[in-house]
Ligand binder design. Structure first.
Ligand SMILES: NC(=O)c1ccc[n+]([C@@H]2O[C@H](COP(=O)([O-])OP(=O)(O)OC[C@H]3O[C@@H](n4cnc5c(N)ncnc54)[C@H](O)[C@@H]3O)[C@@H](O)[C@H]2O)c1
Ligand SMILES: O[C@H]1[C@H](O)[C@@H](O)[C@H](O)[C@@H](O)[C@H]1O
Length: 335
C-alpha cells in the first residue's frame, strides 16, 4: 500500500521509519511538511516524493492511504479532505482541537457510509493495556468501581501551551478508560493542585482530573507533563473482588551500592514503541482493504468532547455534551 504522510516532525518521522522498516505491506511514497527542508530530508530517507501542499499528497493518484502527523489543530480539515477523496487515513491524536470540528469528521464519515478513519490512540495496542482489557472482559475483578491513572512526561516543548495537558495528553486516559470500561465518560472535574515551579509558566502542571462514566465509575487521572524523572504511565482498575493494573515496563534491574535500580523509559517511543508498530500494522491491514479498524472517528470525537469539558471545568463538575452515537460506530472489537 502506498502511504502519503503529512507532518514529518517527531512522530511523523518515527512512523515513516516504522512503515518502511517494521510494518508489512506498506511503503511511503509521498510526504508534505510546512518545513520544506525537513520534508525533503525525510523524503530522501524514505525514497518518497516531497509535495508542495498537503492536498497534493491526499490527491496524489499513487497514494492509497494517508497518515496525518501534523499538529492537532490541522487534523480535522486534513481528515475531511481524505474522506472526500475516499482514502483511508490514520490521524494522530487528537482528531480535532474542538468537539464541533471532530463531529464534522464523524458526520462526513457517516455520509461516506463506511469507516475510513483510525485515530492514533496507540495504547489500545499495548500489551499491558490489552492484558487489563482481557482481565476485565473475563470478569476477573468482578464489577469495576474506580480507576487510578497517572500520565507523566519528562518535559514538553515550549509549543505545548495552555490546556494542552488536557487536550493533547489527558485524551489518552480518556480513550483508554472508555475502551477498557466500554462506556462513555459523562462528566469531568479538574481539581486545583499547586503549579510545579519547574513547569513552564504557560501551563498549569500537574493537573488532577476526575472523570465519571455513564454507569457511575469514577476515574482519577493525574497528568504531569514536566515530571522530569521519567515517562511514567500507570493504570489500575479497582473492582468488587480484585484489581488489575499495568505492570511496570520490563527492563533490567541494576543492583549496586546497596540498592536496586530499575530503569524507566524517558519518552513515549521507549514506552510504547511496540504498540505503535502494532497500531500501524492494524491500520495497513485494514486500509489496504479500503477501510479502517481500531480507534474510530467517534472515539476521537468523544475524547475531544471530554477534554473540552475538562478545560471548561475550572474546579466545577462539568457535563460532557455528547451527540448521539451513529450506528456506523457500534460493535467495535478488540484490536
Ligand atoms: N500517539 C502518540 O503517542 C503521539 C506522540 C507524539 C505526538 N503525537 C501527536 O502527533 C502530532 C505531531 O506531534 P509531534 O510530536 O510529531 O510534533 P512535531 O512538532 O515534532 O511535528 C509536527 C510537524 O508538523 C509540521 N507542520 C506544522 N503545521 C503543518 C501543516 N499545516 N501541514 C503539515 N505539516 C505541518 C511541523 O513543521 C512539524 O514538522 C500531534 O498531534 C501530537 O499530539 C502523538
Ligand atoms: O503528544 C504526546 C503523546 O501523545 C504522548 O503519548 C503523551 O504522553 C504526551 O503527553 C503528548 O504530549
Amino acid at each position: 500500500m502506498n502511504v502519503g504522510v503529512i507532518g514529518t516532525g517527531a512522530i511523523g518521522t518515527d512512523h515513516i521509519r516504522r512503515l518502511t522498516g517494521r510494518v508489512a505491506g506498506a511503503r511511503v511514497t509521498a510526504v508534505f511538511d510546512v518545513d520544506t527542508a525537513r520534508a525533503a530530508t525525510v523524503a530522501a530517507m524514505a525514497g518518497a516524493a516531497s509535495h508542495r501542499e498537503a492536498d497534493d499528497v491526499i490527491d496524489d493518484p499513487a497514494v492509497e492511504a494517508v497518515l496525518v502527523a501534523s499538529p492537532g489543530d490541522t487534523h480535522a480539515d486534513l481528515v475531511l479532505a481524505c474522506i472526500a477523496a475516499g482514502k483511508p487515513v490514520l490521524c494522530e491524536k487528537p482528531l480535532a482541537s474542538t468537539s464541533d470540528a471532530a463531529l464534522k469528521v464523524v458526520e462526513a464519515e457517516v455520509t461516506y457510509g463506511r469507516r475510513l478513519v483510525q485515530v492514533g490512540f496507540m495504547r489500545r495496542y499495548d500489551g499491558g493495556y490489552l492484558g487489563v482489557k482481557t482481565a476485565l472482559a473475563a470478569g476477573r475483578i468482578g464489577e469495576p468501581l474506580l480507576v487510578h491513572c497517572v500520565h507523566r512526561n519528562v518535559s514538553v516543548p515550549p509549543s505545548f501551551t495552555g490546556d494542552m495537558s488536557l487536550t493533547d495528553s489527558l485524551v489518552h486516559e480518556v480513550d483508554a478508560c472508555r475502551w477498557l470500561l466500554d462506556q462513555e465518560i459523562v462528566a469531568a472535574t479538574v481539581v486545583d493542585v499547586p503549579h510545579s515551579p519547574l513547569a513552564l509558566p504557560q501551563l498549569r502542571d500537574p493537573r488532577l482530573v476526575l472523570l465519571e462514566t455513564e454507569r457511575g465509575i469514577v476515574i482519577d487521572a493525574e497528568v504531569f507533563v514536566n515530571a522530569r524523572y521519567g515517562y511514567d504511565v500507570r493504570c489500575e482498575v479497582v473492582g468488587t473482588t480484585g484489581t488489575v493494573a499495568l505492570d511496570a515496563p520490563s527492563t533490567g534491574v541494576v543492583a549496586l551500592e546497596g540498592g536496586r535500580v530499575q530503569a524507566l523509559p524517558m519518552d513515549w517511543e521507549a514506552r510504547f514503541g511496540q504498540a505503535y508498530v502494532d497500531e500501524l500494522q492494524a491500520w495497513v491491514d485494514a486500509a489496504s482493504q479500503g477501510t479502517a479498524d481500531g480507534p474510530s472517528a467517534w472515539d476521537g470525537y468523544a475524547a475531544t468532547a471530554v477534554a473540552e469539558a475538562a478545560v471548561a471545568s475550572r474546579g466545577a463538575r462539568t457535563k460532557v455534551d455528547l451527540a448521539e452515537r451513529p450506528g456506523l460506530y457500534s460493535g467495535e472489537s478488540l484490536p
